[in-house]
Design a protein around this ligand. Sequence first.
Ligand SMILES: Cc1ncc(COP(=O)(O)O)c(C=O)c1O
Length: 418
Amino acid sequence: MSGKPEGNPAPGTLNFELFFSEKALQMKASEVRELLKLVETSDVISLAGGLPAPETFPVEIIKKITQEVLTHHADKALQYGTTLGFTPLRLTLAEWMEKRYGIPASDIEVMIVSGSQQALDLIGRVFINPGDIVVVEGPTYLAALNAFKYYDPEFLSIPMDHNGMRVDILEEKLKELKAEGKRVKFVYTVSTFQNPAGVTMSLERRKHLVELAKEYDFLIVEDNPYSELRYSGEPIPPIKHFDDEGRVFYLGTFSKIFAPGFRVGWIAAHPHFIRKLEIAKQAVDLCTNPFGQVIAWKYVADGYLDEHIPKVIEFYKPRRDAMLEALEEYMPEGVEWTRPDGGMFIWVTLPEGIDTKLMMEKAVAKGVAYVPGEAFFAHRDVKNTMRLNFTYVPEEKIREGVRRLAEVIEEEIKALGK
Ligand SMILES: Cc1ncc(COP(=O)(O)O)c(C=O)c1O
């Protein structure tokens, strides 16, 4: 015992706010998160989460690999590693991406990161000056907005439809910006089975985006945690596949195809850009957990990953189908939703005038939760949308959750007088 008093000092003793940096003072926890905390402890069916189902974690494989790693590679796995990452894993991933996505291993350098979330922060650090224009999808991945926001960019939000980002609208905006003497620093896209909207950028738009990047001289950050989770339709090559100049950063992760607890992801980009990202990472965590990296290496190199992906798909597909069927069956007229070929999320749009954040309390009272869509928009200017997750909850609960949700929505629509 240190002899220090336990717990926080009595209120009034310390002015906590006085110590925070200006940046920290701007950080705010979302109001919705507070509401969702309640949900975790009650019998509310939560379609709000973003977690993979634990049933998909390949526990037996992990036990086997861990034994092997501790027997043969303990010196590497338990030691500090290089900032760039465990070389056999980096090379294995480069090969895997060449085989799987047609991205030539010779064109890229792979750096291992502590989850692709870290890649987003590093990209912010290395590329965003205050006021730089960063293009995002509307809606986009909330934690990317938060990661970039720290570096004070100006967000330009481009709407989406069922084929992903409206690249034609982006082109118009780029022309306008050029006329004003401004340019975009990078475009951030979750190109396949987007979080939160579930949609996939079409092949034509991918090619068009790369052409625009060349014409208007910007970079592209392609965040791709979900493309391996495909339940229907034909695979589309990543945007990185069409990059012949080194403008595209490809962000990959083991979180959805192995287990998020390892916190292992990667960035594949031009070696010149990787050098700078490596220096930035050094100051953040020296290296990504080497134990997790060595396990991830065996998981890919020994073929377990390729064997495991179809099992995850088999597990999630019925859940995706159950949600789509339930939406079809229960949702009242005027409600629209996306029909994802993969990933973890469906995006629902309600009639104008309904604020899903305000509706949340009523939904929780009825026993169902979702994530209101507002926070996924850089300018928080869309109120009538929500994100539903279909991977975490079993089929029968999905059906019941959607049924309850439809009831709440029906009441809201009636209240609108529609
Ligand atoms: C689009 C997107 N990017 C990045 C991440 C973060 O992934 P990781 O676990 O690799 O940090 C997520 C996680 O949900 C995500 O949806």
